[in-house]
Design a protein around this ligand. Structure first.
Ligand SMILES: NC(=O)c1ccc[n+]([C@@H]2O[C@H](COP(=O)([O-])OP(=O)(O)OC[C@H]3O[C@@H](n4cnc5c(N)ncnc54)[C@H](O)[C@@H]3O)[C@@H](O)[C@H]2O)c1
Length: 275
């Protein structure tokens, strides 16, 4: 017998679930009674979240940059629940520094997690999400910084631009084959997470420190907490939005400013930005 499609029996997979935005999404989905498969590279933090959620979530230590690790996550989710309704390709990392100083390892890390991680999620989950029947959605986390580049954040900016392009391609291709699965770009503005509390690699330089200090200041003045943010994300998913940009004012100003420099053939300007 086919189970009725209710909020309660939906299966949600979140990568990078142990902290920040991913943890907020996990808590919100849990509060809605959804069934959870949570993945993160940080085993201890993942375990703490599982305990906070009352031990009901399935967890799997996963490195999204590793295709085999993400395949194993998908096998676990489909073996456990026979379906996946919502996939959040959320894991992401920052690498910062001047382009001419960043190391190959910084690029490998940022592109590996932020871009290949998303592609690995699509390859591992989408074929079975299409086959299972019923609607589904893949939410790929970019950033408002995926619409206008920021200096000293080139690996991050490039990766988040790529996530927007990949997700638009995914939606077009799903439409082409008439799949019941949809895609969404998630573009957070400032959300208070632990991301700037931890060293994030990249290059040490006073200008980088200044940039990080500006980001922290913006988080203090404009940052949403992860639970409020998750509530807004799910409201957009309920509406079936492709563009999930709960902090619309941040996204729109980025897009306007960036588009204007192109249309007016002007040199790129340093924006008072967020990631
Ligand atoms: N916080 C913001 O203001 C903001 C703004 C724009 C975009 N984003 C994006 O939102 C997403 C979540 O970021 P956050 O702010 O919650 O940061 P965060 O650092 O709090 O959380 C990121 C999580 O990803 C996990 N992770 C890192 N590498 C991984 C890997 N290889 N495999 C699996 N998990 C891995 C980390 O362990 C961590 O739990 C990221 O994609 C980030 O780029 C955040």
């Amino acid at each position: 017998m086919t189970e009725p499609d209710t909020q309660e029996n939906r299966v949600v997979v979140v990568t990078g679930a142990a902290s920040g935005i991913g943890a907020g999404i996990a808590r919100h989905a849990h509060a809605r009674g959804m069934r959870l498969v949570l993945a993160d590279i940080d085993a201890d933090a993942l375990e703490r979240l599982a305990v906070d959620l009352g031990g009901t979530a399935i967890t799997r230590v996963t490195d999204v940059a590793d295709a085999g690790s993400v395949d194993a996550l998908a096998d676990l989710a489909f073996d456990s629940f026979r379906r996946v309704d919502l996939l959040f390709n959320n894991a992401g990392i920052m690498r910062a520094g001047f382009l001419w100083q960043l190391r190959e390892s910084d690029w490998d890390a940022a592109l590996g997690v932020n871009v290949t991680g998303v592609v690995n999620g699509i390859r591992a989950f989408v074929p079975r999400m299409i086959e299972q029947g019923g609607t589904g959605r893949v939410v790929n986390t970019s950033s408002v910084g995926g619409f206008a580049p920021g200096p000293m954040m080139s690996p991050y900016s490039a990766s988040k631009f790529a996530v927007v392009a990949i997700t638009e391609c995914l939606q077009m291709e799903l439409s082409m084959v008439g799949a019941p699965v949809s895609a969404s770009v998630l573009a957070p503005g400032p959300v208070v997470t632990s991301v700037f509390d931890n060293p994030f690699g990249g290059v040490s330089h006073p200008a980088v420190d200044q940039m990080v200090a500006q980001m922290r200041a913006l988080l203090t003045t404009d940052g949403l907490d992860a639970d409020t943010f998750a509530e807004m994300v799910f409201a957009g998913i309920d509406r079936g939005d492709f563009w999930l940009a709960p902090q619309g004012e941040h996204l729109d100003s980025m897009v306007r400013q960036h588009t204007a420099t192109i249309l007016e053939r002007r040199q790129p300007v340093i924006r008072p930005s967020f990631r």
